[in-house]
Design a protein. Structure first.
Length: 402
């Protein structure tokens, strides 16, 4: 999708740099349109570097392409963050004395604004009237939040955090084709303790599962996210009123949480990297060289969580699993598919999402590449790009399967 990010002249403009990054990580093309005052807070080179597009404030640049109209016409959504009292007033009056103003007048796309100003300005009758006018035209608001403001003041008027604004953008762009669907998703990587300080684990960051949860919520689903050892900054991307997060640590804890969630779910998705084995014994004290160390580890096989979910599933319940594979030869798609099809048949899942992993791909990466196997092991979807873009493709395949 093509998103135009308007930036007006407020100190909160520094947050918008992160907003642009989040939108791009979500797989969208972003063009930044700052006001002249906005460039006093964050310079033009920063906007061009982060968005990878040329940036200007003037209607007189790139005249041959009628840029002052084309940006608005080509946008799938326009978000203004921060939206100062002055910019909100100009929007309400329909003024178009710069590139942001003409873009807003030329667009028929949804418009979202994230107000940012001092509390007195936010409460002023003129601002309240302008906000009411914009809302009557269909403009959507995110915030403002109540908190610390520039100059040490506090109150309503603080710009919402970039993650909240990005979530509103994703929700506005997403189709509502999962409205009312109850979904349980596992994400992250389990850890099997050896002693109080050591564990057997894997490199999964949980980013793909978090993206799946965020995308499902944006499409209207009620989501339970069973999160195995996911860092706070990654997990923040899934925070949404329709997402319930259940933190877990081990494979046994994850299995129990998924079984609980499955009781009321329409769709079960196992995106977590789950340990196949756990130590036979767990020491209550740190194992040390002085005490004999850890020369060998006896391993016990964990229960197959996916197989258990398939066996116990209710009528009409869809089960989707993920398979991270390392073929003998990197990039050998034929071998990757053969191994994945055997796993799909063995597990009995409706869909299997397959991705090749290795030292430098799959785990701990912002991007992913997947194949989705459907009935009889047929490839029903492929996707390459950001993990949010991959999540959208996976849900499209799930909807088709339902």
């Amino acid at each position: 999708m093509n998103i135009v990010v308007g930036v007006s002249g407020g100190i909160a403009a520094y947050k918008t740099v992160h907003l642009v990054r989040l939108l791009m990580k979500g797989g969208h093309e972003v063009t930044v349109v700052p006001t002249a005052d906005a460039l006093r807070f964050v310079g033009l080179p920063t906007w061009e570097a982060i968005s990878r597009h040329p940036v200007t404030t003037s209607v007189h640049d790139d005249v041959a392409k009628v840029r002052h109209v084309a940006l608005g016409q080509g946008a799938d959504l326009v978000v203004v963050a921060p939206a100062t009292a002055n910019t909100i007033a100009k929007m309400a009056a329909g003024l178009a004395d710069d590139l942001l103003g003409t873009t807003l007048l030329a667009t028929e796309a949804p418009v979202i604004i994230a107000p940012a100003m001092h509390a007195e300005m936010w409460r002023h009758p003129a601002t309240r009237a302008n906000i009411a006018t914009l809302q009557a035209r269909g403009v959507r608001l995110v915030g403002p939040a109540d908190g610390e403001l520039a100059g040490g003041d506090s109150g309503p008027g603080r710009m919402s955090e970039p993650e909240e604004i990005a979530a509103a953008v994703f929700a506005a762009l997403a189709p509502r084709d999962l409205e009312g669907v109850r979904i349980a998703i596992s994400a992250g990587g389990t850890r099997e303790p050896l002693d109080p300080v050591r564990f057997l684990g894997n490199r999964s960051s949980g980013r793909q599962g978090v993206a799946l949860a965020a995308e499902a919520a944006a499409r209207g689903a009620e989501v339970t996210l069973v999160a195995a050892n996911i860092s706070g900054d990654v997990l923040d991307q899934a925070r949404h009123p329709s997402v319930r997060i259940v933190p877990v640590g081990t494979a046994a804890e994850l299995g129990a949480a998924m079984a609980d969630a499955a009781a009321s779910a329409d769709v079960l998705m196992m995106a977590a990297a789950v340990a196949d084995y756990r130590p036979g014994e767990v020491s209550d004290r740190k194992l040390t060289k002085e005490g004999g160390g850890l020369a060998s580890i006896e391993l016990i096989q964990n229960d197959d969580i996916v197989a258990g979910l398939v066996e116990a599933r209710a009528q009409g319940q869809l089960v989707i699993a993920f398979a991270a594979e390392t073929p003998a030869t990197a990039g050998d798609e034929r071998e990757l598919l053969e191994r994945a099809r055997r796993k799909q048949a063995r597990k009995g899942v409706d869909l299997l999402v397959v991705n090749e992993v290795g030292w430098d791909r799959g785990f701990e990466s912002a991007e992913n590449a997947v194949l989705v196997l459907g009935p009889a092991g047929a490839v029903v979807a492929t996707s390459t790009g950001s993990k949010r873009a991959v999540a959208a493709a996976v849900w499209d395949a799930v909807i088709a399967a339902r």
